[in-house]
Design a binder for this molecule. Structure first.
Ligand SMILES: Cc1cc2nc3c(=O)[nH]c(=O)nc-3n(C[C@H](O)[C@H](O)[C@H](O)COP(=O)(O)O)c2cc1C
Length: 359
């Protein structure tokens, strides 16, 4: 694969960033395969982040890698679940109880990823403290790049990568001090906006003023990687392509749904987190989209409203409601493969396409 600014700067063989938010295994495998693996640890406690980062450092040595935190504006100051619960409207609580009953979701009394703690300034600062102590190579920030976080990370030598979905997000990330921008189009899995990748990437490249830009959203094959470079991006940032990998080890139900899905089987819904999130369509998104369903609450109220139930749906594999954040590129996910194989195919195909174009 050709080298690019970002690959040179980080010393990776391929300009491919791979994001994953379960265990660090996928991120580790991406870095071992020549890319930059990024572990999404925004739903992890500081102790878990410490364990995950220690593992990544041990297994990756000098190879580049990173972690991703989501620090949205407007969250409460403290991690106080009772305070959030006190404000949940009765109609919403009853709706969620109705879903539990209708689909027979067992109540094991345990929280889910979204409700283990409240997304708040307090948790963000505690998470960031652990990350800072490790002087990590790359800190990625999804949804917002607060200046205080960027400054702390820069002091410790981390490269700041900010995810943006619109030109105005890019402008504020640049003002905050971002070193690299991820232009994430609407096709992407997870929290996403309304502008498609093809429309977005060149606009962000033009705004970036020489900073490297990574194209994200629907990047699944070497053709996409070649196209991203042609659009002026310096590399790609991918999530969905690794969801079904051996290292991601999804449950059989999630894997079957991923492999069975085409691009029209994902929807954008606020039903998981309160912010627009592209996910596999399921009875979960359908129920929340029904005419008589309440409007999802804002983050972090929706997190706490549905978080326990979401965890229980996954743990007990309540098939109709099982879903996962996934982008439109899920159409290209057809088999369970090791990350190294996915990376190899991606890079070889991109090389071939670029060679055919004579670049
Ligand atoms: C299941 C899932 C969870 C995600 N969670 C986060 C997250 O916590 N932080 C973040 O910055 N991006 C998150 N994303 C977005 C990815 O970082 C990435 O931008 C996106 O997956 C790229 O588009 P693609 O899915 O089409 O490859 C998530 C994506 C998926 C699929």
């Amino acid at each position: 694969m050709r080298t690019t600014k970002i690959a040179d700067r980080l010393g990776c063989r391929h300009p491919v960033f791979g994001f994953s938010w379960w265990e660090p295994d996928v991120a580790i495998a991406v870095s071992l395969a020549g890319g930059v693996g990024v572990w999404g640890c925004t739903r992890r406690t500081p102790d878990e982040i410490e364990i995950g980062i220690t593992r990544m450092k041990e297994e990756l040595g000098d190879l580049p890698w990173g972690v991703d935190l989501v620090i949205p504006a407007g969250m409460p100051d403290e991690d106080d679940r009772a305070a959030i619960e006190a404000h949940l409207p009765d109609e919403h609580v009853a709706f969620v109880a109705g879903l539990r009953e209708k689909y027979g979701v067992p109540d094991d009394g345990l929280p889910g990823f979204r409700s283990r703690f409240v997304r708040s300034e307090e948790t963000a600062r505690a998470q960031l403290e652990v990350v800072m102590d490790h002087r990590i190579p790359v800190l990625a920030l999804g949804i917002g790049s607060p200046v205080w976080a960027v400054e702390q990370a820069h002091e410790r030598g981390s490269l700041i990568v900010s995810l943006v979905g619109q030109p105005r997000h890019a402008e504020s990330a640049i003002r905050a001090g971002a070193d690299v921008l991820v232009a994430q189009g609407s096709d992407a899995g997870g929290h996403t906006g309304t502008v498609g990748t093809f429309s977005l990437v060149p606009q962000i490249v033009d705004l970036a003023d020489g900073r490297p830009v990574l194209a994200a959203g629907g990047v699944a094959t070497g053709r996409h990687l070649a196209a991203a470079l042609t659009l002026g991006a310096d590399g790609v940032w991918m999530g969905t392509a690794f969801l079904g990998s051996t290292e991601a080890a999804p449950s059989q139900t999630v894997f079957d749904k991923l492999v069975g899905a085409g691009s029209t089987d994902t929807v954008i819904s606020r039903s998981d987190s309160g912010k627009t999130l592209r996910m596999l369509r399921s009875a979960w998104s359908d129920e929340w989209a029904a005419a008589d369903a309440p409007e999802p609450l804002k983050m972090p109220y929706q997190d706490i409203l549905v978080g326990d139930l979401l965890g229980q749906i996954l743990r007990h594999e309540v098939e109709p409601l099982v879903h996962e954040g996934a982008g439109q590129g899920v159409a290209y996910l057809t088999a369970q493969e090791p990350v190294a194989q996915i990376m190899d195919r991606l890079v070889h195909e991109a090389d071939q396409v670029l060679a055919e174009l004579g670049t």
